[in-house]
Design a protein around this ligand. Structure first.
Ligand code: NAD
Length: 429
């Protein structure tokens, strides 16, 4: 499972060799700490009150070799002001530290102003292109917002080491949010209950671990065959295990009965693959994947919302995949199911927030180093690892941190988003 190439490329002889041979040169990503100055730039006339929010990131302002650059481009309203984006970043981009962050802030597209829409949409192409060329483990993302405080949890995430494998993303942030309190900083999920499906191993286990770190009481749900692993994980995290096949018709009711005091965070992570090209795919392979990856997500979500188990302020995070966004040969069943997750999220999010006070988002992992991807044949595995702007696979912790940001009590203004955790994979948008 270890990425030996990444290790080699991190050594002096390895760097020499890979550059001589014109091979990818993935940088070791900093996932521990991001320390250094934050540079705040502006393009166009902005009405955002950003300074207090940026001050709370703890990164000192200004200075050489910034570890983070925030470009407020919300005031870019036509092609002429777009030139200010170039003017602001051109002189500084070279000096951004390794594993540094560039975050561009944009405004929502104005349907009544095609000049503003053109200029604001241009920011997406700009960000995605810069993400592909910036290198050295540095990431570039775009946040569309109208109000700075509502975006605080998002900016804190993107300006932290927790977003190491998130690049080339466009994240929309609404207006309503509960501000993050000082007490929230260490254990934002204290007093809350989180249930993670498929959490006996892999990404789900990492998600449960991260939510427990953030203070949540975790319920580790997995199939009865994995009960022992689920129990071990739950014990380690001070939570409890729930042996349940999520495709059971009454899975939602069973979970509701297990949690009479309610649930705050529901993570739909359980997923399976049964790959075959469509010409060779029996109906059973199709339906088993659709049932675990999509139908059960719809059923349990509906049941838990209807039963009132998901409390106000609750969070639902489902797991999509870049295979669902880009398509993948041999995965018509998987691609369909994962694309369905994006449809579910976009449709349900506004209603779930209005009617239940619950946000609904998805993470879409790219190539993540797990048992699932370790079993892929070597050549395909190598291609999967390298075909992204960061030139390496992500870790389960990268998906877990993204999930924890979406589950955060101060992320109430992030709703209906599908956020890729893929190192800006070349596949799909
Ligand atoms: P994994 O196979 O290691 O873990 C999946 C877990 O889900 C297992 O513990 C399994 O027992 C459980 N599960 C399966 N069916 C279940 C059911 N019916 N009821 C309850 N639990 C069930 O997979 P992973 O790599 O950790 O992936 C986790 C999620 O991320 C999946 O939804 C997967 O599709 C998605 N994903 C993974 C990658 C990757 O690169 N690993 C990429 C994109 C998306």
């Amino acid at each position: 499972m270890a990425d030996r190439y990444l290790r080699l490329a991190g050594t002096a002889p390895g760097r020499f060799l890979t550059s001589r041979l014109g091979l990818p040169q993935p940088a070791r990503l900093r996932r521990d700490a991001l320390t250094g100055p934050l540079l705040h730039l502006t393009a166009g006339k902005s009405g955002l009150d950003l300074e207090p929010v940026l001050a709370r990131t703890g990164l000192p302002a200004g200075g050489d070799s910034p570890v983070a650059v925030v470009l407020d481009a919300t005031g870019v309203h036509d092609v002429d002001t777009l030139a200010e984006v170039h003017a602001a970043l051109h002189p500084v981009v070279r000096s951004v530290a390794d594993s540094g962050r560039v975050v561009v802030l944009g405004a929502p597209l104005d349907p009544l102003d095609h000049h503003q829409s053109a200029a604001q949409q241009a920011l997406e192409g700009f960000v995605r292109s810069l993400g592909k060329e910036i290198g050295r483990g540095r990431t570039v993302n775009l946040v569309r917002l109208t109000e700075a405080t509502a975006a605080e949890s998002t900016l804190r995430f993107l300006l932290s080491p927790r977003s190491a494998y998130v690049s080339g993303q466009v994240i929309g942030v609404g207006e309503t949010a509960v501000a993050e309190s000082e007490a929230d900083r260490e254990r934002p999920l204290a007093g809350r209950t989180a249930l993670v499906t498929g959490a006996a191993r892999g990404i789900g286990e990492a998600v449960a671990e991260t939510l427990a770190r953030d203070g949540a009481r975790v319920v580790v749900l997995d199939v009865p065959q994995a009960e022992e692993d689920a129990r071990r994980a739950a014990e380690r995290l001070g939570g409890r295990a729930l042996a349940l096949d999520i495709t059971a018709a009454d899975a939602g009711e069973r979970i509701a009965a297990e949690l009479p005091d309610g649930l705050d965070v529901l993570i739909h992570n359980a997923g399976i693959t049964r790959d075959r090209r469509l010409v060779n795919m029996p109906a059973e392979r199709w339906s088993s994947v659709l049932d675990v990856n999509l139908a059960s997500v719809l059923r349990t979500t509906d049941a838990l919302l209807a039963a009132g188990t998901l409390r106000r302020g609750g969070r639902i995070v489902a797991t999509a995949s870049i295979a669902g966004l880009a398509g993948n040969a041999g995965q018509t069943n998987y691609g369909a199911g994962k694309a369905g997750i994006a449809g579910l999220v976009r449709s349900l999010a506004p209603r779930a927030l209005a009617e239940h006070g619950v946000t609904v988002n998805a993470v879409a992992p790219g190539f993540i180093e797990t048992k699932m991807t370790a079993s892929i044949p070597l050549l395909i595995r190598e291609a999967g690892r390298r075909m992204n702007s960061l030139g390496q696979g992500g870790l389960p912790a990268d998906v877990a941190e993204t999930t924890a940001w979406l589950a955060h009590p101060a992320s109430g203004a992030v709703n209906g988003q599908v956020v890729r955790v893929c190192g800006q994979s070349l596949l799909g948008a």
